[in-house]
Structure formats: structure tokens, C-alpha cells
Design a protein around this ligand. Structure first.
Ligand SMILES: Cc1cc2nc3c(=O)[nH]c(=O)nc-3n(C[C@H](O)[C@H](O)[C@H](O)COP(=O)(O)OP(=O)(O)OC[C@H]3O[C@@H](n4cnc5c(N)ncnc54)[C@H](O)[C@@H]3O)c2cc1C
Length: 413
């Protein structure tokens, strides 16, 4: 099909592939951008619930705390930082705003604008050819040098190829783990891909009517079978028919993905009142129920719980909603305290690839030169984006990884 050997083939027109193509063409290089889906940037367009949290404004030291391999990423970030990314979009008439927690969004609140800022300079650019519905099936290597890629539309020869195929979450966007297979076929090793930034399923979830109910300012505590605390964090969560999700759980899922995958027995506790000690709360419960003795239990519970949650509290504590406060037994009072602070829910899994925001794991970083993003095994082969064993918290950090690694990979071709 194509035989020009001075071209760079970029596999995948997602966040990182689009950025790589921009940088390459700006440097005067010919680019063939291959995308297996009918459209480019499908995942990018749904990021940030359609608003695209494009990066985070945190300073470098803070930034690196949110990244899985800060030592690998630090110099890549120096080369193209969050400030550089913000300037990149502003120069393309896509103004950005900084929100709570340093999250950066397009001012228009439309992820489409981020996509357009990346794709427009490529369209009608004589140096760039975007081939849609073009899936790379194999890399062709000779004497440890990339020669070509084999696609469903034929063979394309190239001395330089960038793999920007993403991970394997939200497979409908094209991220189906192809990059891992391509990398493995030519001798790379893969850190096992695991769903991360994803909700967790618990043995006893919440009633359907509580779906997406937000619990603010709670503490999530993860313990093992011996009740040893493995992880804890304050913040907000969402209850779910099958378990829990929301910001704190997403962080948890990233930090504890391996433990869950190994099948370790894990328990989640939601402390609804983390600022009050168990002893103080026990006293408070006794006092309040004693004072409001002629009210029914549901109305007294409103002191601590939002209305939609009360049915579940009563159910789990096995209390009839019509019971008068004065008729509650010691055991029932204690069970309310247990629900608020101590209830342990057995974790049975995560919500899976369909809901995972990112993939943890990927092409092993010790096989990639972080000064160039080039493979240490195959000449002419580079990697960028989520295909790498590099991941981060929510807050715009993952897209910054995609963009920073893409810029460096492209610059060093
Ligand atoms: C719902 C959701 C919301 C998110 N929101 C945010 C957010 O707000 N902020 C943030 O920082 N991160 C967010 N992320 C994560 C972020 O989208 C990813 O980390 C980022 O898109 C990774 O970029 P990438 O280029 O590596 O991969 P992708 O964007 O997944 O792009 C990979 C591309 O490669 C193509 N491809 C794959 N295999 C082949 C093949 N064999 N041949 C040709 N093409 C191929 C795919 O079709 C795809 O277009 C979100 C993710 C999801 C799922």
C-alpha cells in the first residue's frame, strides 16, 4: 500500500496518538495515523463526563504524588508539563479554566473542543494522513528494527512507529488491549493489565433506590481478614446497587487493584461520622434517643443520616421503622453505631472493564527509555499513553500522561 520509508506511523488516534501526530507534523515529518474505529478520539470525547478534565494545575512535586512511577515520569513532565499543555490549547483558541482540586477543563465545558483542537490541525494537513477503520494486526521487524505494520487494509512500511493504542477499558472506544499484544509479539513484557479507577462490588450492596446516592465527607477504610487496616481515605462516595463508587473508591481501586486481583479477602467500612470518636458517638446516640423518646426511630435517625439512607440503616440494623425511640434495645442502639462506623462489607470484585476509567499495568517501563519513549528492544519503535505501565489518580493526571509521553515520543523520532 504505502512505501515511503520516511514516514512515521502512529497506531491509534486517541489522546496520545493525536498529540503525537500534531508534534510530528509541526516538525515537518510525514505522518500516517491509523485508527481502527470509524472515528478518532472516541474515548477523549467522553472524558470528564463530556467535559474533559484535560490536566491538573498542581505543581510538579504535588503532581508526581498522583502518578504510579514518578521517577520515570518526572523528566517527561519537565519536557512537556501541565503549563505547556494549557498553553498548547490556549494557542489553539481553546481556553481552559481551573476548578476545584486544580482540575483543568475547557472553558466551553465540551470535551469535543479538546478533540477538535487536536484533530483540526491534522485535517487538510498535507503531511498527515488519517486512516480510519484501519486496524494494525502485527508489527514487522527485521534485525531488531521495525520495518512495517500489517493492517486489515494492507502493509505500510515505516522505519518509525509509535504505539498509542491505549489500554483496555471502555472497549467500545477502541481500547481493547491490542497494544499489549503487538508489544509482546516483538519481545516486550507486560505488567498485567487491571481495571482501575473503577467502582467496587460488595457482597451486600445498597437498595436500588439508593443508586448514585452521594455520601459526603465520610472515611473509607479497607481491612483484611485479620482486621488490619490496609488503606483509608476521607472524601465522597456514591452508593450503588452492587457496591460503591465515587472519588474515594476510584482512588482505592487504583491503589489496591493487585490485592483485589490476587483474590485477597478485603472488607470495606464506611465511617459516616469520621470526625467523632466511636465512644463519643455512642454517648450521643444514647442521649438523643433518650431525649426524643416519643418519636419514631426513623425521625430520630434523621439527625445523623440523610432521608434516603434511613431505610437501609433500619434494614441492616433490623429495626422496625415504627419502633418508638424509647423502645429501642441496647443492642439496637449499638447496631446504629455499628452501621455508622464499623460495618464491614466483603468486597467481591470491581465493576469491570466496562466501567474502569483506566488500565493499571501495561508495557513494562524498564523496557522503555524515558528520555525518548523508545523501546529498548526494537529500533524505531516508540510508545506513548495508556499502553504503558503508567497510571494516575483522577483529576486530569491520566490525560497529561498521554499528552506528555506523546510529545516526547514524537520529538525524539
Ligand atoms: C469514561 C472515561 C472518562 C475519562 N475521563 C478522564 C478525564 O476527565 N481526565 C483524564 O485525565 N483522563 C480521563 N480518562 C482516561 C483517559 O481518557 C485515558 O487515559 C486516555 O484517553 C489515554 O489516551 P491514549 O491515547 O493512550 O488511549 P486512547 O485514548 O484509548 O486511544 C487509543 C486509540 O487507539 C486505537 N487503537 C487501538 N488499537 C488499535 C489498533 N490495533 N490499530 C489501530 N488503532 C488502534 C483506539 O481505537 C483508540 O482510538 C477517562 C477515561 C474514561 C474511560
Amino acid at each position: 500500500m504505502v512505501t515511503d520509508n520516511n514516514i512515521v506511523v502512529v497506531i491509534g488516534a486517541g489522546a496520545s496518538g493525536l498529540m503525537a501526530a500534531n508534534v510530528l507534523s509541526a516538525q515537518g515529518k510525514k505522518v500516517i495515523l491509523l485508527e481502527k474505529k470509524h472515528q478518532a478520539g472516541l474515548k477523549l470525547r467522553i472524558t470528564g463526563k463530556g467535559r474533559c478534565n484535560v490536566t491538573n494545575s498542581a505543581i510538579k512535586q504535588e503532581y508526581l504524588k498522583h502518578i504510579s512511577s514518578p521517577s520515570f515520569f518526572a523528566s517527561i513532565f519537565d519536557n512537556f508539563s501541565n503549563t505547556d499543555l494549557i498553553n498548547f490549547f490556549e494557542k489553539r483558541n481553546t481556553p481552559l479554566v481551573i476548578e476545584r482540586g486544580g482540575r483543568v477543563f475547557p472553558k466551553s465545558n465540551k470535551s469535543l473542543d479538546i478533540f477538535l483542537a487536536l484533530v483540526k490541525p491534522l485535517e487538510d494537513n498535507p503531511l498527515v494522513e488519517i486512516k480510519k477503520n484501519c486496524k494494525v494486526n502485527h508489527l514487522i521487524i527485521k534485525n531488531r528494527q521495525i520495518q512495517a505494520v500489517e493492517t486489515n487494509l494492507g502493509k505500510i512500511t515505516a522505519n518509525n512507529v509509535i504505539i498509542a493504542t491505549g489500554g483496555c477499558s471502555y472497549a467500545s472506544t477502541g481500547a481493547e488491549g491490542d497494544g499489549y499484544r503487538l508489544a509482546m509479539e516483538v519481545g516486550h513484557h507486560i505488567q498485567e493489565p487491571l481495571p482501575a479507577l473503577v467502582g467496587w462490588r460488595t457482597y451486600d450492596g445498597y437498595p436500588r433506590q439508593l443508586q448514585d446516592f452521594e455520601v459526603k465527607n465520610c472515611e473509607v477504610i479497607l481491612t483484611n481478614n485479620d482486621k488490619k487496616v490496609l488503606w483509608s481515605k476521607f472524601g465522597d462516595i456514591y452508593l450503588d446497587e452492587y457496591g460503591v463508587s465515587g472519588p474515594v473508591i476510584l482512588s482505592l481501586s487504583r491503589d489496591m487493584a493487585e490485592k483485589l486481583d490476587r483474590g485477597e479477602k478485603l472488607f470495606l467500612t464506611i465511617d459516616y461520622k469520621p470526625k467523632i470518636s466511636k465512644e463519643k458517638l455512642a454517648e450521643e446516640i444514647k442521649e438523643v434517643f433518650a431525649k426524643r423518646r416519643t418519636e419514631d426511630v426513623s425521625s430520630v435517625l434523621r439527625k445523623w443520616f440523610a432521608k434516603p439512607l434511613i431505610e437501609d440503616v433500619l434494614d441492616k440494623c433490623r429495626i422496625n421503622s415504627r419502633t418508638m425511640a424509647k423502645n429501642l434495645t441496647e443492642k439496637q442502639l449499638h447496631s446504629i453505631l455499628w452501621y455508622m462506623k464499623e460495618r464491614r462489607m466483603l468486597v467481591v470484585g470491581d465493576m469491570g472493564w466496562k466501567e474502569a476509567i483506566i488500565t493499571k499495568g501495561g508495557v513494562r517501563l524498564d523496557e522503555i527509555d524515558n528520555r525518548t519513549m523508545k523501546s529498548k528492544k526494537i529500533k524505531g519503535l516508540s510508545f506513548c499513553g495508556e499502553v504503558l505501565d503508567l497510571d494516575a489518580d483522577t483529576g486530569g493526571y491520566n490525560l497529561q500522561i498521554a499528552f506528555s509521553t506523546a510529545v516526547l515520543a514524537a520529538q525524539k523520532i
